[in-house]
Design a protein around this ligand. Sequence first.
Ligand code: GAP
Length: 605
Amino acid sequence: MSDAQTITELAKRRGFFFRANESYGGVAGFYTFGPEGAALKRNVESAWRDRFTVREGNDEIEAPTIAPEPVFEASGHLDGFDDMLVECGECGESHRADHLIEDASDIEEAESLPVPKVETLVAEYEVACPTCGAPLAGRSIEEFNLMFETGIGPGSGQRGYLRPETAQGIFVEFPRLKQYARNKLPFGITQIGRAYRNEISPRKGIVRTREFTQAELEQFVDPDDDDPPLSRVADVSLRLYPATEQEAEGGGYVEATVSEAVDDGIVTSEWVAYYLGVAREWYDRIGVDMDRFRFRQHLPGERAHYAADCWDAESEVSGAAENPEDPTDGDWIEIAGFASRGDYDLSKHATHGDDDFTVFTQYDEPRTVERAVADPDMSVLGPEFGGRADDIADALRDLAGRDPGAFGGETVTVGVDGDDVTVDTEVAGFRIETQTEAGEHVMPYVIEPSFGVDRTVYTLIAHAFGRDEVDGEERTYLSLSAEVAPTDVAVFPLVGDAALETLADEVVADLRAAGLSVAHDDSGNIGRRYRRQDEVGTPLSVTVDHESVETEPTTVTVRDRDTTAQVRVPVDDLVTALGTLLEGEGSFDRLLANYDRVDTDVTRS
Ligand code: GAP
């Protein structure tokens, strides 16, 4: 079994995730998160919210997942959100041409190549249809738009689309959001929610699906004024894979702290560098293996035309990377993107929408400036141009601001509704005025850290997966961090003794009342129950055994998932002891030092 198959099998058997709608045959690219997976995903989202919303002082919103067509006309998704599709002439199956090239060659990121180049490569590498084996050389490659279209309301009078990213829901609401932020830059808005892409070839379980969850942060900054709080992450070490290294023969990683990456010009945007640092710490905190993690810079052809710089967080998920220092080793997936988007998004919506997408920023002191203005004489324009006079006056005022030099002659010409209209400069009322200004309208720049939640979940499972031997039997386990593990504690009473079961009920109730998520498992022998919990990553298991009620004070055993070491803890101490451990404030070793170690083997009870 490949590593991907092992994870998919475990995920299905233990209720992390599985293909949706299987009773109806299922459709590729849609997955249901089962009880363990939904809890793990929820915990990842909570950890993200804690770090990127709460601790950054940002605000979270929840926008609709469907938006009308003009939103995506403005955002550019209607025209440019395409993947390269090649259809097999033999079996009719569709495939992503760039992925086929990557599979058939050493080429990485083939999506950055132009379509004609990919058509040539399909022939050069004699790429065959993965479904039926027929050659694909000579087949034309089509640009396929990934958005799901829908009709809004009866009669489908209005066309809409399921959002392909949560970001647009933040951008379109900017005129209102800036008011909540009291018109002060910088400020950040986050959103966690579903996004939809009609992927040509969904693959690797939840890694590439047609419906998935993103956690996105749009950081709005003043392009001239705002610096990030870089000192907070200045010393965080980053493993960087810059574009120049990717393009160089035998290129490798650059290890640098955040401040070195900025000082050496490796990461050009300080805001992007700041969020790389924050993200590196966050991924480490939730249990991503830092030996299988890197930041890869987009190649020039891969970068969106508006993005000044873009880096992806990538994780290696096959478990096959033998040399973590070698970027070509292993199976890397993109789990987040960090883009410096300039004012592209807000400018687009400002042009297409009806609102003001700028922020009025106050100067420290009012400034005196000279402004060219036009104050047209309407008593002349009115009689001469009738109903067009107002539009001509507006065009003159606009021209004065844009091109004062145009008023240098006897007459001045403006374009109105496609016609050139000429008026005397004197009638235009052109002059230079001295004005006092309190501030100016600024179109904010956007820095966007955008995380894939499903891929983070997949990475956590892949990195936590382990096998060892316990009591002579092979064991599979997930060493998930306590913060994200679906269940905090499992409680097992030995069966067949009412007193033990009553005590177990009380322990479960106490732990749940303390806010812990508790699995109460009383089926099968204790060894099998341990194995079940090890496989879903439960950090601690509590067993209520005969000794629990035979001695004073009443005790239970507590077992550590990773080492399988056990201690006997008085029930009265349990909530505090486990709470401290799960909060990450203590270690199991401290428990071993404070309480009696249990060496008896209860696994066969
Ligand atoms: N707003 C920017 C944006 O959407 P993206 O790189 O297209 O950027 C961000 O998506 C993240 O969403 C990716 O890094 C990835 O983790 C996740 N993602 C994108 N497409 C996905 C898919 N089809 N299935 C699962 N996750 C996906």
